[in-house]
Design a protein around this ligand. Sequence first.
Ligand SMILES: [Zn+2]
Length: 81
Amino acid sequence: MQPSDLPTPVNRISCPECGNDETFYEIAENAIITTVYSQNDDGSFTPEEENSEILGDIKLICGQCGKDLSMFHQRFSEMLF
Ligand SMILES: [Zn+2]
């Protein structure tokens, strides 16, 4: 460990490109979204239930510079509460 190292929590993800550690995007490339609707008496529809099934890759993207941070995605998933 270098003396100049800052004591940052090990589980914090930050972008190696711009240092952003606040805003991230998750992008699902290929997903099937199924929504169940029930039709009302007047012909309008009310959504009852929505299911999404992700088939393709999921990417984690830096919210600041747009760098692909997918190498952190597993850790990101583990830190979702
Ligand atoms: Zn960035």
